[in-house]
Write a protein that binds this ligand. Structure first.
Ligand code: ADE
Length: 260
């Protein structure tokens, strides 16, 4: 996967590109990330990339020409048409499904807008508009980083454990259940006994059940569209009964947050 990020602040991407999993993915040749400075495509001596809005109003608006030229340049560089994504709070919400869809594209351009907004004609360049949430950032750069990070996790080989992305929260429509590591007891907080037994089938079932429980408690609306097997539905029924009877795990009796 090749990702070109069109931005006025290419330097913002260095820490993300040079750290941890994103860095390793590049070193392994699984992803190629290229921040492209939109200002480099401004034609005038002052390298102007913004202007006053027609009709008046507050703030500056990103000009169309440098962005169009930058996308043309990417097309030339690639020798083919990339999939172009515009980051905007008005776009479709980023979900695991959107991130996975992008990870399957060979070439993606992320356009990070800045200033109060961008010239409406810039939308004509995009195949998809993506928002990372219902709030307005000062620019699309942080949103582009989020999209990039969420997407590359779906590229085979990027995560150490090949299955991790598929076990994550949301991948099958459920939240991930609780995870533990050593020690088995810390400050009188204990790891559930089942996880120490080595009985893999029972552990798998317990994990699945707790994922269902967590989803029911925190995001019940997800259960309506989650991909549940017949066994999952049995587990869901058990969880619902346990929740009703108030005899479930400590989290279900009362949230464990702040209880220590
Ligand atoms: N640019 C500014 N705010 C944004 C958001 N919430 N999502 C995507 N791009 C943005």
């Amino acid at each position: 996967m090749q990702v070109y990020i069109l931005t006025l602040f290419p330097g913002m991407f260095s820490p993300v590109m040079n750290t941890s999993i994103v860095k390793r993915a590049q070193e392994q040749g699984l992803v190629r990330i290229r921040p492209v400075d939109i200002r480099g495509f401004a034609k005038d001596a002052h390298k102007t990339v913004d202007d006053y809005p027609y009709g008046g109003g507050p703030g500056m608006v990103m000009k169309p020409e440098p962005v169009f030229e930058a996308v043309d340049w990417v097309k030339q560089d690639l020798g083919r048409q990339p999939f172009v994504v515009l980051l905007t709070p008005q776009g479709q919400k980023l979900t695991a499904a959107v991130a996975k869809q992008l990870a399957e594209k060979p070439d993606v351009v992320l356009i990070a807008g800045h200033y109060e907004g961008f010239d409406e004609r810039i939308r004509c360049l995009a195949h998809m508009e993506v928002s990372i949430g219902d709030y307005v950032l000062t620019g699309g750069e942080l949103a582009a980083m989020v999209v990039l990070d969420a997407s590359i996790r779906f590229i085979p080989g990027v995560l150490g454990d090949q299955d991790s992305a598929l076990q994550d929260s949301f991948s099958d429509g459920l939240l991930e259940g609780p995870q533990y590591t050593r020690p088995a007891e810390y400050r009188r907080l204990k790891v559930p006994d089942i996880l120490l037994t080595g009985r893999h089938e029972d552990i798998y079932r317990w994990r699945r059940k707790e994922a269902i429980r967590r989803t029911l408690r925190r995001r019940p609306e997800l259960l309506r569209v989650a991909r549940l097997t017949f066994e999952d539905r049995c587990l869901l029924e058990q969880v619902i009964n346990e929740e009703k009877a108030g005899e479930s795990c400590s989290e279900a009796r009362g949230d464990i947050r702040g209880h220590y």
